[in-house]
Design a binder for this molecule. Sequence first.
Ligand code: DC
Length: 222
Amino acid sequence: MNRTVIIAIDGPGASGKGTLARRLAAHLGYAYLDTGAMYRAVALQMLQAGADPADAQAALVAAQNLDTRLIDDRQLRTDRVGEAASRVAAHEDVRQALMVFQRSFATNPPGKSPGAVLDGRDIGTVICPDAQVKLFVTASPEARAHRRYTELGARGEAASEAKVLAELQVRDARDQTRSVAPLRAAPDAVILDTTDMAIDAAFAAALSAVAGKIASNGEPDL
Ligand code: DC
C-alpha cells in the first residue's frame, strides 16, 4: 500500500517557505498545513484574553482550547502576534499539544489527499522525521527583513527596515536557541537559499528537489 507522501518544509521567518509550501501543495494536489499559524493563533488567543505569552500554564490552556477560527483572523500576521507566537512556541507543553494535530494531519491528510505539505520550524526534525522530502528554506537576514518590511508596508503597518531586521534577529535567536525543538535543518534536508532568487526560480528549485527525492525514495512519480 502506498503511504502518504509527506513534504516537510522548515526555515526561519520570511525565508519564503510559506509561499513555496503553498505553491507546492497546490501544484501536487496535496493538503497544506501552516504550523506557524497554529502558534500564532495560540498567541492571539492569549493576547485577546490579556494573558502573558511567557506564562507556560496559560499558554497550554490556550493551546488545548484553541479557537481555530483565529487562524483566519486579520491580526494573525501582525508583528505583535508574531513576536508573541515566538514566545508561546518555546513552551514544551504547547508544542506537545499542537504536535498531535500536526502529525495526524501529515499521516491522514484531509480530503484523502495523496500527500501533505507542512511548513514550520521543526517539521523535518521532530514532527515528521520520516518525511520522504525535507526542505530547509533560508535567506540572509537582510533579504528576509526586506521581504517582511515590504509585506508590512503592503498591509499598512508602518515600520523601519532596520527595526524589522532587529526584531527578526531576536526572533531567529529565540527560535534557534530554545531548548525544545529549536529551528535547525534536519541532516537529510535539501537546503534552499532564496536570498538571490525570485519566487518563480525558488519554486522551480523546490519542485526539482521534491521530484529528485521522490524518485530516489522509489515513491510513485508525481
Ligand atoms: O512562521 P511564523 O512566523 O508564522 O511562525 C510564528 C512563530 O511560531 C515563530 O516564532 C516560530 C514558531 N514556530 C515554531 O516554533 N514551530 C513551528 N513548527 C512553526 C512556527
